[in-house]
Write a protein that binds this ligand. Structure first.
Ligand SMILES: Nc1ncnc2c1ncn2[C@@H]1O[C@H](COP(=O)(O)OP(=O)(O)OP(=O)(O)O)[C@@H](O)[C@H]1O
Ligand SMILES: [Mg+2]
Length: 259
């Protein structure tokens, strides 16, 4: 049976949509079937990250009962399967969100996992997404405001009966201005299951409207997302030489100029 896993945060802009897309992409690389669902119906992100803002059938059509949710599944050129939300202005989002609990379970035999990209904050949009999921992955950057909001989201997820699998820390620069991973685990009382470095490749991939795993598969961020996916499926990811040392060093080594 398909697991529904919500990617939530609390604070906005920390990297939920980036994590949803790239975790799905990494899971697919490992042969696992994943679908990405944009549950952010007032300010949808998925189709904007992927350059597909005008798909004919969207989550809203399913929430209105006009279409079956499976009619809103698209195969993106990157290989990702997505269910987009419409970018049109939503007059009555709360009425639509009430139907999420009826519509999402209709995906129950749709592969291994549906990753649900949630809205920021703890308003009704985010809470409905937490409520329909079996599990939650909490995204936070390594600073006090994000971690504080992440704590509130963890508490809310647990109140809704959603299991928190762990925390993905994003935009990590490894300097002494950010919270350490140990401190984050202590504050949140949850394991950190992924550490994603601050990486320009992610900004480039947004510009190219594709997951970073597709545009820059050997970048530090891609490797980190592969490790996160491997962690979730109970495997250990071993980096290739190119991923660890870069193509330039690889070529020098092959030519015998470097050991
Ligand atoms: N590891 C990273 N390194 C550098 N930039 C990043 C990283 N992760 C995300 N970003 C950038 O941060 C911005 C916000 O990312 P994203 O849209 O994924 O966040 P979000 O949590 O989904 O935001 P929102 O709360 O608005 O939905 C984007 O410009 C994205 O490219
Ligand atoms: Mg987003």
């Amino acid at each position: 049976m398909t697991r529904f896993v919500v990617i939530a945060s609390g604070k906005g802009g920390v990297g939920k949509t980036t994590t949803t897309l790239n975790l799905a992409s990494a899971l697919q690389n490992f042969g696992r079937e994943a679908i990405v669902l944009d549950a952010n119906i007032t300010t949808p992100n998925i189709c904007l990250h992927l350059g597909t803002p005008s798909l004919p059938v969207t989550l809203q059509d399913a929430l209105r009962g006009k279409k079956h949710i499976k009619d809103a599944v698209y195969l993106h050129p990157s290989g990702l399967k997505i269910i987009p939300s419409s970018i049109s202005l939503e007059e009555n989002p709360d009425e639509l969100l009430e139907n999420l609990k009826h519509v999402v379970p209709e995906l129950k035999d749709s592969g291994e996992v549906v990753l649900i990209d949630a809205a920021a904050g703890l308003g009704s949009e985010a809470v409905h997404a937490l409520r329909v999921a079996h599990d939650a992955i909490i995204v936070s950057s390594p600073d006090i405001p994000s971690v504080t909001d992440a704590l509130k989201t963890i508490k809310r997820a647990e109140k809704e009966g959603t299991k928190v699998l762990g925390v993905v820390v994003t935009k990590v620069r490894n300097d002494n201005l950010e919270l350490s991973i140990t401190n984050i685990e202590t504050i949140l009382e949850k394991p950190v299951i992924g550490i994603i470095p601050y990486d320009q490749s992610i900004r480039k991939s947004l510009h190219l409207k594709n997951p970073v795993l597709y545009t820059h598969p050997e970048s530090r961020a891609s490797v980190a997302y592969k490790k996160l996916a491997a962690n979730l499926i109970g495997q250990r990811y071993v980096e290739s030489f190119i991923e660890r040392e870069g193509l330039f060093n690889y070529v020098l080594k092959k030519l015998g100029f470097r050991r």
